[in-house]
Design a protein around this ligand. Structure first.
Ligand code: NAD
Length: 260
């Protein structure tokens, strides 16, 4: 392959993708596999992970997808993921921190346990996985981390305050690690999606009045697809984006730019 084309390929790279059993995470695993990477899928549900791996293996047989079931909000399970990666003997060069969730309540109703659960998954897990991955990433010439943030990390979108706080912190973590680890050759970026069609957003978007309101506020006038997030994630993983670090790219149909 010529040098120009290889800037648009990820052949031989191992990519750990969290929350990869469905939705945006699965789309990222598929996209990275299509570009030649071997995806390592982590999520909680073993049966869903198995089905996701079978699907990827069928479409991209050379990508050798593998999976590990873990609850990433538990620190011991995060360590277990890295024991599994070490046993595979395929050092990581790419990490996509996608697993995340929300508990939506009025601000005064959040319990301490709600806050702990939400921040542990959306923020602490991502931070710890970056730190666990660092020694392996630092060994590779094209090492990249991509965090899945949200437009809610930049503006109010009725998600409940803690979710927005966690995503804003994830964006800031992206900026800090990008600067700290530039000397180690690790690029760190994030994407910030607006409404994307996944199982998680299905119930809210099935309300026609709510959907209409969302579309009115979206310049492109439609909901995004998981593959459209995955395209941006893949670009940030590729050698083609080798001078981009610390960026948070909105994947939002123009939502964040839409004033009046
Ligand atoms: P989803 O609920 O469809 O999928 C979430 C994935 O994360 C699943 O694979 C699930 O198993 C996994 N996961 C959840 N909790 C986990 C845990 N404790 N340990 C391990 N894995 C866990 O979600 P989605 O809509 O695909 O969203 C993915 C990411 O994108 C999230 O971080 C979300 O905040 C972010 N996001 C989504 C949207 C959207 O509109 N869908 C918009 C902005 C940001």
């Amino acid at each position: 392959m010529n040098a120009h084309l290889s800037r648009w390929r990820l052949d031989g790279q191992s990519a750990l993708i969290t929350g990869a059993s469905r939705g945006i995470g699965l789309a990222c695993a598929r996209e990275l596999a299509a570009l030649g990477a071997s995806p390592l899928l982590v999520a909680r549900d073993e049966a869903q992970l198995n089905a996701a791996c079978e699907e990827i293996a069928e479409d991209f047989p050379e990508s050798e997808p593998r999976f590990f079931a873990a609850d990433l909000s538990e620190s011991e399970e995060r360590l277990a993921v890295f024991d599994w990666v070490a046993d595979l003997g395929a050092p990581l060069s790419l990490l996509v921190n996608n697993a995340g969730g929300n508990i939506k309540k009025p601000t005064l109703d959040y319990s301490g346990e709600d806050l702990h659960q939400l921040f542990e998954l959306n923020l602490v897990a991502a931070f710890e996985l970056c730190r666990l991955a660092h020694p392996q990433l630092a060994q590779h010439a094209n090492a990249a981390i991509v965090n899945i943030g949200s437009v809610s990390g930049a503006t109010h979108v009725r998600t409940g305050a803690p979710y927005g706080i966690s995503k804003a912190a994830l964006h800031q973590m992206t900026v800090n690690l990008a600067c700290d680890w530039a000397e180690d050759g690790i690029r760190v970026n994030a994407v910030a999606p607006w409404y994307i069609r996944t199982q998680r957003t299905g119930p809210a978007l099935s309300d026609p009045d709510y959907l209409d309101e969302v579309l009115q506020r979206t310049p492109m006038g439609r909901i995004g697809e998981p593959e459209e997030v995955a395209g941006a994630v893949a670009f940030l993983c590729l050698p083609a984006s080798s001078y981009i670090t610390g960026s948070v790219i909105a994947v939002d149909g123009g939502f964040l730019h839409y004033g009046f």
